[in-house]
Ligand binder design. Structure first.
Ligand SMILES: Cc1cc2nc3c(=O)[nH]c(=O)nc-3n(C[C@H](O)[C@H](O)[C@H](O)COP(=O)(O)OP(=O)(O)OC[C@H]3O[C@@H](n4cnc5c(N)ncnc54)[C@H](O)[C@@H]3O)c2cc1C
Length: 559
């Protein structure tokens, strides 16, 4: 058995920011990650991080309002105020830690425009911002001597007398299963993108953190709010960053029209993501698409700007769409990108379970509501990663470890033994995973309706039944990826359940949840969060919470 004051699950930006803060505040903190830290999905973030800097004549209140409007008024405004007002400090802190942000001609930190915002307030490092932030934070936690359990896989959370007391973890190199006892656990395990197929997310984004919390009764909130990003490649779902449109890219239909002028005449290509994705999908559905896509055109920016600021996505277009954006438009379409919902927390990261915190994409504070603005997620990971780290430190100072020992891992040992013992001609995890992803992408995408969502729910029951019989062919202990992928599928099935239940519950259209059978927003009945949780007897329960409104009353949303 291992033991720490604070255990952070996840070594992405949220997890490492939380660990950095907790460690600096003098408690014993450890991080566990199923991949080497800098392989976390934060590494893939291209476009940048938002902050309203006062010396640019920008105001955090404007950033906050645009975030609230972008959320289709579902975000909690007290949380958004914290996000925006702490952004400047957070970005400068990262700069001081060693992040070399791109600079403008005067030598100041450069900004680019991002969707849904009237000011260019997105700070960036070319088109690999997340990679640089992540590497710098990794260096910092190594400097502080934080213990990192690399390539260890969390199987479950340990509950003792109603509080979270640690986690059961598999060391992937040996297959050994251990208990890590902790006074507080911070889940920072990232998103669930791969419950959809295709997705912009890394293959490791399987919603483990949300499912772990769900399994111990912590509610998941706003799970129906799944973001489809407007510019993804058809072949493999890879993302072409919003930075392209930030730098001035056009979206064209098969008739060569900049069609956004009909949907968002003021903001055009830089309207909020849900608005642009719906516009594209409508063009495609009404026959003005090009082979199931529309076109992203950056040729007018010139090769020099493209190479300086968009080199990574130029290469992605060449490799995966056979199109060099310096010379021709690239076919793109809306694709699953981000989960706005997640484990319900307060503004200090605390969930409904004492001792259990969550931050980053796995959490729902909620600052993104029905639709996240581009470049607000990196900010969310850092601000609320830090706050959960700070708050967990206060919590553990007056706390003793729970009275648990190594036997707390026995139920997981038994479950895995039984899973490996299944044999015969049963199917592997792969087909179930693919069918889950395709079902979600067919029925819980840009446009939804009752019938499609019910079909998805029925399919999910079938997939669950098949999952119970899935065979793990590799019976070995050393790096058994067959076993790990199978366990991840279990987590994804739980996440899918919460998404579909939330979506069926919400009888209106708001943000990313657009129902063709209920096309209007209904503030009178649905200006509220939907919470899905699992009760002790394994049933699901639905609850509601009012949206917290501070300064901005809901208005009609147009761009
Ligand atoms: C291609 C792409 C581009 C993006 N670009 C931007 C952008 O420009 N700006 C922006 O604001 N947002 C962007 N986003 C969104 C943003 O990058 C993510 O939401 C954010 O980085 C998530 O960070 P995180 O720390 O919450 O999780 P992640 O970085 O995903 O890290 C999750 C961690 O949890 C660990 N983990 C998960 N499950 C387990 C388990 N069972 N056991 C042990 N460890 C586990 C993983 O090993 C990993 O270390 C982008 C997302 C994608 C996919």
């Amino acid at each position: 058995m291992y033991e720490h004051d604070v255990l952070v699950i996840g070594a992405g930006l949220a997890g490492m920011r939380a660990a950095y803060t907790a460690s600096q505040n003098g408690v014993d903190v450890a991080v566990v990650s199923k991949v080497y830290p800098v392989r976390s999905h934060s590494n893939a973030a291209q476009g940048g991080i938002n902050a309203a800097m006062t010396d640019r004549g920008d105001a955090w209140e404007d950033h906050a309002f645009e975030t609230v409007k972008g959320s289709d008024y579902l975000a909690d405004q007290d949380a958004v105020e914290i996000l925006s007002s702490e952004a400047e400090h957070e970005v400068i802190s990262m700069e001081h830690m060693g992040v070399i942000f791109s600079r403008d001609e005067e030598g100041r930190l450069a900004t680019r425009a991002f969707g849904g915002q009237s000011q260019a307030r997105t700070f960036f490092v070319a088109d690999f911002t997340g990679q640089v932030l992540l590497h710098v934070l990794h260096e910092q936690i190594l400097r502080l001597g934080v213990r990192v359990y690399e390539e260890w896989f969390v199987l479950s959370l340990i509950m003792e007398e109603g509080e979270c007391a640690g986690a059961v973890v598999m060391e992937m190199k040996t297959g050994d299963i251990h208990v890590i006892r902790a006074k507080a656990v911070i889940i920072a395990a990232g998103g669930l993108g791969r419950a959809f197929e295709p997705s912009t997310n890394a293959l490791i984004c399987t919603g483990d953190g949300m499912a772990l919390a769900y399994q111990v009764g912590a509610p998941l909130m706003d799970m129906e709010m799944v973001q489809y990003h407007p510019t993804t490649l058809k072949s493999n779902g890879a993302l072409l960053s919003e930075a392209a449109r930030g730098e001035g890219a056009y979206l064209l239909n098969s008739e060569g029209q900049r069609f956004m002028e009909r949907y968002a005449p003021n903001m055009m290509e830089l309207a909020s993501r849900d608005v642009v994705s719906r516009a594209e999908q409508t063009e495609i559905n009404e026959g003005r698409g090009v082979d199931g896509c529309v076109l992203l055109d950056v040729r007018h920016l010139g090769e020099k700007v493209i190479d300086e600021k968009l080199s990574q996505i130029r290469q992605l277009g060449i490799d995966f769409a056979g199109a060099d954006m310096a010379h021709e438009p690239v076919p793109i379409r809306p694709g699953m990108h981000y989960q706005m919902g997640g484990i319900k927390t307060d503004v200090d990261g605390l969930t409904n379970v004492p001792g259990l915190y969550a931050a980053g994409e796995t959490a729902c504070v909620s600052v993104h509501g029905g639709n996240r603005l581009g470049a607000n997620s990196l900010l969310d990971t850092l601000v609320f990663g830090r706050r959960s780290g700070e708050h967990a430190v206060d919590f553990v100072k007056s706390k003793k470890h729970a009275n648990i020992d190594d036997s707390a891992a026995d139920p997981d040992r038994e479950q895995i033994r039984a899973m490996l013992a299944r044999d015969g001609g049963g199917e592997l995890f792969g087909a179930v995973r693919r069918e889950l992803g395709e079902t979600m992408n067919n029925h819980l995408a840009v446009y939804r309706d009752e019938e499609g969502m019910r079909t998805a729910f029925e399919k999910l029951s079938e997939l669950r039944a098949r999952y119970e019989k899935v065979v793990v062919h590799d019976k070995g202990k050393v790096f058994n990826t067959n076993l790990i992928f199978t366990l991840e599928l279990g987590f994804m099935l739980d996440c899918a359940e919460a998404i579909i239940l939330g979506a069926l519950e919400r009888k209106e259209s708001r943000g990313a949840h657009t129902r063709t059978d209920m096309p209007d927003r209904d503030d009178e009945n649905w200006l509220k969060h939907i919470l899905i949780s699992r009760t002790e007897d394994g049933e699901t329960a639905v609850d509601f919470l009012p949206v917290k409104i501070t300064q901005w009353q809901p208005q009609v949303r147009s761009y």
